[in-house]
Design a protein around this ligand. Structure first.
Ligand code: FAD
Length: 442
């Protein structure tokens, strides 16, 4: 039996690894893979040029496989709108309708508005007040990620299918510093030394974090497990799509699964017994994003996946609906109402620390020294942040609660939706890859 044949509970929830394997590999993975190849999901808008806010000495990686091909302007389907929240689209359509139905032409209307300066000012004061209340509301919502400025000149579309996540050769001090900073400076530490030995608290190393997390409260452990699950997923992909040198020194290098690399990273004998738990953390992260999709299903079903091609848009909506129906029927969802229980000052403090720590990790992604790794790192952290935003939004946090489709206050941008589905797609593909390694090892 391969060490990667995991069994039993995912931990911190009642769900079993076997039921997630079956749900993912038989149902979710095939639908999701097909959906993510569609135009709506394959183009991700991102700023890869943002400078690292924490250290300045990290040179950008020159490895060939770190290079990202960004889309030239004419390669992006032109009808993908930059901002496509439901209300903005509605406002835009309403404005265009009024403009078209009005007797005046555009020029006349502008001239009249210039003349009616006073009235104009009154309207915009009202609008300003409305914007202010929206802003105030938005500021009360937890902001999990430092989101790239949609209007920056450095925002570029990337075709994710042309830039797959795979082995890049990014290793050594640069990624080590990123992972160390994430675990040692941004994951939670226990306040007291409950017998962890000298290596606890602010000096805890990545390796000891693993043991420390077991003894922490649920919220802090969830934070660690989410990050560890993401780390597992990234490392599985580099093992699954690994670049081998040409055979016998002739011909071309080629991409294939690398079982030995996978074993080195996850075999308990080679990882101080931590490998299987790291794999379990992947299932846990998957379960969290699965629950977020279930909770946001009614909102996502009425969203509209607009690209301008009616047939394509209909097919994508149908695919999304089918996927969400499967997800909603899953009986063993994570119950987020177990988190941040009670409205005490301590809980509120813990919640805001949780958000702040996560947002810091989203900033660290700008310090990744390999563009390809940075692209997928930013996308997956934004996707996870979007999942957390969904879980902590809405009236109630019970397992049956949903983000109401009519809830005007809850909005996801197009970029957040693309990130959410693609991040979940990465976790789904990692679970599928474990099955491949299981077969290769047997
Ligand atoms: P690392 O993976 O760097 O891990 C460092 C230490 O963390 C380990 O020694 C171990 O103690 C601990 N650890 C490892 N896994 C876990 C886990 N799951 N949970 C808890 N602790 C753990 N490389 C690519 O080839 N392609 C990519 O697309 C890619 N994307 C990346 C994205 C980001 C954001 C980062 C930071 C790195 C990325 N890398 C990528 C690099 C890759 O993750 C490794 O850092 C690299 O392969 C070196 O691996 P390593 O064996 O030194 O251990």
């Amino acid at each position: 039996r391969c060490f990667c044949k995991l069994q039993g509970e995912v931990d911190d929830c009642s769900c079993k690894v076997e039921s997630l394997d079956s749900l993912n590999n038989n149902k979710i993975y095939p639908i999701l893979t097909s959906l993510l190849s569609r135009n709506y999901f394959r183009y991700f808008k991102v700023n890869l040029k943002k400078s690292c806010p924490f250290w300045s000495d990290d040179s950008r990686c020159a490895l060939r496989d770190c290079h990202v091909n960004v889309c030239q302007k004419d390669e992006v389907p032109i009808k993908i709108p930059d901002v496509d929240t439901h209300s903005e689209k509605h406002e835009r359509n309403k404005y265009l309708k009024e403009l078209n139905e009005g007797k005046q032409g555009f020029e006349e209307r502008c001239a009249e508005e210039r003349e009616l300066g006073a009235l104009d000012a009154t309207i915009s004061e009202e609008k300003k007040a409305e914007f202010q209340t929206w802003k105030e509301y938005d500021e009360t919502l937890p902001l999990f990620c430092d989101i790239d400025d949609e209007h920056s000149n450095d925002m570029e579309y990337v075709d994710l299918l042309l830039n797959p996540e795979r082995y890049t050769g990014y290793k050594g001090p640069s990624p080590r510093r990123i992972w160390r900073s994430i675990y040692e400076e941004n994951c939670f530490k226990p306040e007291k030394n409950y017998g962890y030995g000298p290596d606890y608290g602010k000096d805890a190393s990545i390796e000891s974090m693993f043991f420390i997390a077991r003894g922490m409260c649920l919220e802090k452990r969830v934070f660690f497990r989410l990050i560890s699950g993401l780390h597992t997923s990234i490392n599985i992909h580099l093992c699954d799509k690994y670049l081998f040198p040409a055979k016998n020194g002739f011909g071309q290098s080629y991409w294939d699964h690398n079982l030995q690399e996978f074993q080195q990273r996850f075999d308990p004998a080679l990882t101080h017994d931590q490998g299987p738990q790291r794999l379990k953390n992947l299932y846990f992260t998957y379960l969290i994003e699965l629950r977020a999709l279930a909770k946001a299903a009614p909102y996502l079903k009425q969203k509209g996946f607009y690209t301008g091609d009616n047939q394509e848009d209909e097919d994508v909506q149908k695919g999304v609906n089918d996927l969400l129906d499967i997800i909603r029927k899953f009986p063993d969802h994570f119950d987020e109402s177990q988190l941040f229980k009670g409205n005490t000052k301590e809980m509120q403090q813990l919640k805001s620390e949780f958000v702040l720590h996560f947002r810091n990790i989203s900033r660290i992604m700008d310090c990744v020294g390999c563009d390809k790794c940075k692209l997928w790192g930013k996308l997956q952290v934004l996707g996870m942040g979007t999942a957390l935003k969904i879980l902590f939004s809405g009236d109630s946090m019970g397992p049956d609660s949903i983000v109401k489709s009519q809830d005007k206050d809850f909005q996801l941008t197009r970029t957040e939706i693309v990130a959410l589905f693609n991040a979940f797609g990465r976790l789904s593909s990692s679970i599928h890859a474990i099955e491949t390694f299981r077969k290769l090892a047997s």
